[in-house]
Design a protein. Structure first.
Length: 161
């Protein structure tokens, strides 16, 4: 049986776009549940494919450029690469392309995505804006709550929530 992975995606030098790695830093300090690893995926692009091969399930955290108010946290359980928001982040490749490549290689872990809404990418900064930073405790709780549900096998979701 494979371990679960909490994977923070984002560029920590672009302010709120780095929400994923910032959350991984917090979770690492407070403790990761047994049977799970936490990784800062940064802007790793196709180098992140190794995680799709080696972990199941995978919980990803990333910034989302969408129409929701800043700091809105959405949990998405995409079944196909096309289920991912197309404008998710400013990485070398988007999650859509990454997941599509993983599927082509036969890597099909169960994937959950916490998308945190941001209205724009900030100028170069290693700090989150106050509104997004204030969401870190809530986001950490939601991630750990999901881990607990997955551990107990009590999760039932549609492909989009």
């Amino acid at each position: 049986m494979k371990k679960g992975l909490i994977l923070g995606i984002g560029n920590i030098l672009m302010g709120d776009e780095g929400i994923g790695p910032h959350l991984i830093e917090v979770l690492t300090k407070t403790g990761i549940p047994d049977g799970w690893d936490a990784e800062d995926g940064g802007t790793g692009g196709f180098t992140l494919l190794q995680y799709f091969e080696n972990y199941d399930p995978i919980i990803m955290i990333d910034a989302s450029l969408d129409e929701n108010p800043d700091g809105t946290i959405r949990l998405v359980k995409p079944r196909f690469a096309s289920d991912y928001p197309t404008s998710l982040s400013a990485h070398d490749i988007g999650l859509h392309d990454l997941v599509q490549s993983a599927q082509l290689l036969g890597y099909t872990p169960e994937i959950f995505l916490f998308a945190v809404s941001v209205s724009h990418f900030q100028d170069i900064s290693d700090q989150l804006s106050e509104g997004i930073e204030d969401k870190i405790p809530e986001l950490a709780n939601k991630v750990l709550e999901l881990v607990g549900k997955l551990e107990k096998g009590k999760l039932q979701m549609s492909s989009q929530t």
